[in-house]
Design a binder for this molecule. Structure first.
Ligand code: SAM
Length: 360
């Protein structure tokens, strides 16, 4: 049986059988797949593909990826069978394949250059400019950008205002929100800003928190199964015990903050690419294994780990909480399919006033 469906950028003909097959195999909870079973996306600043995984799981096909770090490229190639293109600043936007959705967890590079002035040229020299020039050329139906939450407040909000202005100039309607991985089932406090854009002025809602996070017991490996070199020295363990406030419990993650204070938590603080070696210690005695760090970001168990511990820490710390991106991706696909018009602020005010009047 066939029917017409509206995809993100086109009207297509799909078979119910195909769509339902994918629906069952991939994500039973996402009924949008019955209608939006195929779309293309590009994966910029791809890292190890944390943003790619949920979009693929929801039926998308990656048609282009870019990542210049050779260790991350290696991990990406092992897991997705393709080596991402290198430096995005050297890639001609016209050569990038057409796509429906652009994905970019762009580096939290210094943004000072953006905050200084206003206008399209402000971002030249920053990697955000590369996103802008690709959006301008390819005009995908939607995009997802991810960054640290400090992007909102950088330069007293000026930087973010310029980013929003530039996306609006390209005709995109944008939505943004800071989401925390703890609210999406992972025992990791990781707050990140997500900026979602649509080429048409359609309505979009960010996903709501899904409930309690997994206990650490489902993330941590038994001590005897991890590499002995992950254990901190007796001196470090001792100093952690001395600085620890309250009664320690297990399993726990001991977090060292900037001031050197130790908190004992039932979840991990955000994995960070450049954090000090013993910033997080499992039960105050050892560092996290590669598999544990991937689990804290919600990667599938069959995700292959390559490279040394330093690279794994960097790659997982740079990556994303997959369940958060998955929840947003589902909402984006629903929004693209339903194409409900966005309610303008004035209309919202009118609706609100009407409701108040109705009760007066
Ligand atoms: C915040 S990380 C994104 C990680 C990714 N979302 C993931 O799930 O692993 C930013 C990535 O951009 C890459 N990058 C930085 N400058 C780049 C450039 N000029 N061209 C391509 N990749 C670049 C970095 O190597 C890093 O892996």
């Amino acid at each position: 049986m066939y029917r017409w469906v509206v995809g993100p950028a086109y009207v297509r003909y799909v078979s119910y059988a195909d769509a339902l097959g994918k629906f069952d195999a991939v994500d039973k909870t996402c009924y949008t797949l019955c209608r939006m079973d195929k779309f293309n996306f590009i994966d910029l600043f791809a890292g190890i593909g944390g943003i790619r995984i949920p979009f693929e799981n929801l039926g998308g096909t990656c048609v282009f990826s870019s990542e210049w770090n050779k260790h991350a490229q290696e991990t990406y190639a092992h897991n997705f069978g393709e080596i991402p293109a290198g430096d995005i600043t050297k890639i001609d936007e016209a050569e990038i394949p057409d796509h429906d959705i652009l994905l970019a967890g762009f580096p939290c590079q210094p943004f000072s250059i953006i905050g200084d002035k206003q206008g399209f040229e402000d971002t030249r020299g920053t990697l955000f400019f590369d996103i802008i020039r690709i959006l301008k050329e390819k005009q995908p139906s939607a995009f997802l950008l991810e960054n640290v939450k400090q992007l909102l407040t950088h330069d007293k909000g000026q930087t973010f205002a310029v980013i929003q202005e530039q996306l609006a100039r390209l005709g995109y309607t944008t939505y943004h929100k800071v989401l925390n991985a703890l609210d999406f089932g992972l025992p990791q406090k990781r707050e990140r800003i997500f900026i979602i854009g649509f080429h048409e002025p359609i309505a979009f809602e960010f996903p709501k928190p899904i409930g309690p996070y997994k206990p650490l017991s489902e993330i941590l490996e038994p001590d005897e199964d991890v590499e002995p070199n992950l254990f901190a020295s007796e001196r470090i363990q001792q100093s952690r015990r001395e600085k620890c406030k309250g009664t320690p419990f297990s399993p726990s993650i001991w977090h060292e903050n900037k001031g050197g204070n130790i908190s004992v938590l039932p979840f991990s603080c955000a994995l960070r690419a450049g954090a000090s070696y013993n910033y997080l210690l499992v039960n105050g005695v050892r560092r996290l294994s590669g598999r544990e760090m991937l689990r804290l970001q919600g990667f599938p168990e069959d995700f292959k780990i390559t490279g040394n511990m330093m690279q794994i820490r960097k790659q997982t710390g740079n990556s994303v909480a997959i369940p958060v991106v998955h929840a947003i991706a589902k909402k984006m696909l629903q929004a693209l399919e339903q194409r409900k018009p966005m309610i303008q602020p004035e209309e919202q005010l009118l609706l609100f006033e009407n409701r108040i009047n109705a009760y007066a």
